[in-house]
Write a protein that binds this ligand. Structure first.
Ligand code: FES
Ligand SMILES: [Fe+2]
Length: 428
């Protein structure tokens, strides 16, 4: 349970808020690179951390992320003309470059120098691993570029998608570190989804629905170990990585690709769910890529031309009560991603954490909230850079291992929890 002021503190991320300041310490994913496919292509509206922005790619291929609205009289620059190294407002022709600097006010004499005094708010936008990343914090504290393994492996080893989620970021993220729901909500999919089926670990998941959680602090966040019974008194461990503020990586299954998420606030009642799948040492197969594009695994099918899932709250997520009754899906909603999202959205846009009754399997969630609260305080009171900013904190992997009962997972799986280029993932 959280007190109301703690809940407000963690769920509000607009400009000037404490958690907003926290999110503005990191490089966060802003767009898929494919959303700006060529020089001078149409600009794209981007809302992040409650700020309305516009992304564009200029004549030379430079990316800009600037205030959506023209400094003259507030027209949305989404209507702008992307021409000759800048974006021109179609109302009276003011023109801005990729840094937001106004470079032309056609109605004023050029020698007046008026336009030099006009600059829109802007943030850096940098391509890495098929994603355009931005940093929205103080320029003098800009950290090195992100080094998540999925974004640094060769591009044919990785696939990333994003979808709109109609809930606050925190309740969505909490689903990503709540390994105990897999034995219930996703049980129908473990043996059927092409990106999950066939792994030996699935059977441990299905047989033991009372995992024991051991949560340990990591440099960037938490190692969340969920222990289930295996053969001969051994334990099957699924170790999730959570790196501040909202990166999660779920334990792999067999030789399938490894996957995880970022939850990035759009505003306080909506977030982007970023979903990545990659294999550290091999290309993804055409069949895997096709399954991902078809919305299997942690990906979704979309309302055409949007990032809104096809199954959404306006159509009750296409719930199928017959499939629910027959156990083909546990909740009646199809697909792992929408099984999660439907329930997280059903809590309301911002869940009231005063009303919860947490149990031992919620330990990861409890510890993540505490670490977030502590980090926000240290950042605001003392200017301490939060965990997860340092690229060394980002070079992590999740792991699935079977261990003898006397071995603590964090020691036995130490190497497996670090991204080591060329090394196979630890998976069962
Ligand atoms: S409102 Fe943009 S140029 Fe006038
Ligand atoms: Fe889930």
């Amino acid at each position: 349970m959280l007190r109301k002021e703690q809940n407000d503190l963690l769920t509000q991320t607009g400009p000037g808020t404490p958690a907003g300041r926290l999110f503005r310490s990191y490089w966060i994913p802003a767009l898929l690179t494919e959303e700006l496919p060529e020089n001078e292509c149409p600009p794209v509206r981007v809302k992040l951390l409650s700020e309305r922005l516009l992304a564009f790619r200029d004549t030379q291929g430079r990316y800009g992320l600037i205030d959506e609205f023209c400094a003259h009289r507030g027209v949305s620059l989404w209507f702008g003309r992307n021409e000759e190294n800048g974006l021109r407002c179609p109302y009276h022709g003011w023109k801005y470059d990729h840094t937001g600097q106004c470079i032309e006010v056609p109605s004023e004499p050029a020698e007046s120098g008026f336009c030099q005094k006009i600059k829109l708010k802007s943030y850096p936008l940098v391509e890495r691993g098929g994603v355009l990343w931005t940093y929205m914090g103080p320029p003098e504290q800009q950290p090195p570029l992100p080094e998540w393994e999925f974004a640094t492996v060769p591009t044919d080893q990785s696939f990333t998608s994003k979808r709109i989620q109609e809930s606050n970021w925190l309740q969505a993220m909490e689903g990503g570190i709540d390994s105990s729901h897999v034995s219930f909500l996703h049980r129908g999919d473990l043996n059927s989804d092409p990106l999950f089926r066939g792994a030996k670990g699935n059977q441990y998941n299905l047989k033991d629905s009372r995992p024991v959680f051991e949560v340990v602090e990591s440099p960037g966040g938490l190692y969340i170990g969920a222990r289930r019974n295996a053969e001969n008194g051994h334990y099957y461990w699924r170790i999730t990585q959570w790196v501040m503020p909202s990166f999660t990586m779920i334990a792999p299954r067999g030789n399938h690709s490894v996957h995880g998420h970022f939850w990035i606030p759009i505003d306080d009642e909506n977030c982007w769910t970023w979903s990545f799948d990659y294999h550290p040492i091999r290309k993804l197969t055409e069949a895997e890529l096709q399954a991902m594009r078809d919305g299997k695994g942690i990906h979704v099918k979309y309302v055409s031309g949007t990032f809104r899932p096809l199954a959404n709250k306006d159509n009750d997520y296409l719930i199928d009560r017959t499939a629910q009754k027959a156990g083909r899906t546990y909740s009646g909603v199809e697909g792992i991603a929408m099984q999660d999202a439907s329930l997280q959205e059903s809590m309301g846009p911002i869940v009231d954490r005063m009303k919860e009754n947490l149990v031992s399997t919620d330990n990861g969630i409890i510890m993540a909230r505490h670490r977030l609260l502590r980090s926000v305080k240290a950042l605001l009171d003392k200017g301490v850079a939060p965990p997860g900013v340092d690229p060394a904190h980002q070079r992590v992997r999740s792991a699935a291992v079977v261990l003898p009962p006397d071995q603590p997972f964090k020691d036995a799986a130490k190497d497996a929890l670090t991204a080591r280029p060329g090394a196979a993932p630890a998976s069962v």
